[in-house]
Design a protein around this ligand. Structure first.
Ligand SMILES: [Zn+2]
Ligand SMILES: [Zn+2]
Length: 49
């Protein structure tokens, strides 16, 4: 099951995309974090949204 990078939520729809900066790390975000624009953090130092 996909797990949201921001909140750790494993339920609901989670979209996956590569980090815009390093393009290596797969980021996963749930609907909730996406609609609330909750920030996420990549190990490379990138912080979204
Ligand atoms: Zn989330
Ligand atoms: Zn990155």
């Amino acid at each position: 099951m996909a797990k949201c990078t921001s909140c750790g939520n494993e339920s609901g729809e989670v979209i996956k995309f590569n980090c815009p900066r390093c393009n290596k790390k797969l980021m996963q975000r749930c609907d909730k974090c996406r609609s609330l624009s909750i920030e996420y953090k990549c190990p490379c130092g990138f912080e979204g949204p």
